[in-house]
Design a protein around this ligand. Sequence first.
Ligand code: GCV
Length: 672
Amino acid sequence: MSVHAAWLPAESFVALGSRRVLVHGDGVDAVLDEVTRACARHGGRVRRSPCGDADVDLVLALRQAVPLPVPAAQAARQAAGEPPGDEGFVLTRSGDVTVLLADTPTGLLYGLFHLVRLGAAAFAADRPTRRHRPALRRRMLDHWDNVSVHPVMGQVERGYAGGSIFWRDGAARHDLARIREYGRLLAAVGINAISVNNVNVGPVEARLLTDRLDDVAEIADVLRPYGIRVHLSVTFAAPVVLGGLSSADPRDEQVRAWWATTTRQVYERIGDFGGYVVKADSEGQPGPFSYGRSHADGANLLAEALAPHGGVVHWRAFVYNHHQDWRDRSTDRARAAYDHFVPLDGDLRTNVVLQVKHGPVDFQPREPVSPVLAAMPATRLAMELQVTQEYTGQQRHVCYLGPWWSELLGFRPWQTPERTVADVVTELVAVANVGDDPFWCGHPLAQANLYAFGRLAWDPRLDPTAVLDEWIDLTFPPGSTGDSGRVRATLHAIMDDSWRTYERYTAPLGVGFMVDPLRHHYGPNVDGYEYSRWGTYHFADRDGVGVDRTRATGTGYAGQYPPGWAQVYESLADCPDELLLFFHHVPYDHVLHSGSTVIQHIYDTHFTGVAQVETMRERWRQLAGLLDQALFERVAERLDEQVRSATEWRDQINTYFFRKSGVPDAHGRPIH
Ligand code: GCV
């Protein structure tokens, strides 16, 4: 089977490809290539300027490439004002011509894909002038792809879409056509950076930095025309592992010299290399703690080597004790990132980006926003999301995450209207969800998450339902389906609320985990982590459940927030229902704001969640015959699994809490 076109099927280019198009400026090969393909397919005509500008419907022009074709020059005068900048573009009309202006080839390419999204509307006579530029400067995907197959984690750690598109069995795949298609998809949603290997760096992966750098350069060459810079995850121990030094101590002169030389060599090979991603002193990865140094010492060491070349180091804040003793109630994993990093605010070089997971624990379907994001005003911050669905159904469950990310980006740490998380961070980073699967993501509907990540990173204020609508229109254009209106309505009905549905049938009220350690975090296992070393406990007993993270009687985590939220989370009366068990240990008969008791809420949401998944499946089945058969079947098969798995979650969670509490369901439904 050929690779699915995702949100760039040929049919989505009809409006563009059936017009007379003039492309103006140098270095715009990627734009020209898109327009040429579209016109060849849909009967339009493409010209390269200078060639006269009569009889055109659309001009795509770099502003500085003077003399501009007449409609573009007119448009530039009309739309004078703030320049589009490195990645922005202006879309306007000049007479009966649509004009797209940008300052760079990447800006023009982003504008072109915007035109594709607009379709025929881009050519409406009354189209107003609009400037577009990304809200966040870096919009990045981290691939957790291994070069060698890891004995436990496989080719892609937490990958649910087959193998890696970059690596296979210890070597580069050199599948440049596939990487190019990936570059197109990413550019179409505005992603401008990727790291190409797992943050857990093994011995083979470490060598991408030195003797296997050509493999990285090859990927960079393919992605460059799409405005995407390549980054590399490196091991902090590289001077020892690769350089033969006896230490990786950041204060050691030889170590500093090794990083400086190695980094210079990287830039000699890849002039626009983005920089390093580092997971240090975390889950067994080496780091500065081994030498009694701080994470500022560690991050600054790499930043210093990258600075002369304009590179950045993404230093992950995911540092915690993964050898915790469950008997010890004072240690709280949720506190760790704040405790480690907030004291370092102001000590990190300006080309260090501290990469902070969105929540304090680990990508659960519901967590509060990490308090680190509100506590480091003198540090460049990136929020890290997880597009790969490790804890949200592993691309076997439909779980559209746009609404969740939108909530996170819109969270107001100081409770003032002005500043949201999106205003505080300079970047958004996410763990990628693609593999060599023909549908890219295993679950065809999981493509929407990748799409939404890019679009929200470009503009965090976008409405996630509108983003989903865009994705549906592009991916299932009229002509590719038997009834596009019905397909769209059905997809919305299935996907709009699917994240909340997932939340309903899994761990309740923000308590998190309860996933099966043996099945790599898939499916329920309520006590799977309860007596483990990982610090992810729920403390359920016969009287109640939840983690006391208050200052008054618990771990004090609630106090890491600015005063307003600290008070809200501290207070049993004010804490939002959906995070209650994240912050408080409560009896089963505790009454929620919703009016229900905790135990009844658990039963109700689990019964409702499964019923909703059954309805999803039913709705999907009604699309039989309207869609590409392979896609239809893939989704149908995954929905069968989702129903099975959701039922398993419901029955295990309900039974577990019934046995603990002895409280029956008020509605007498079957609990085993
Ligand atoms: C790459 C979680 C995942 C790990 C992942 C880690 C991280 O713990 O289960 O697979 O490691 O997060 O973010 O580094």
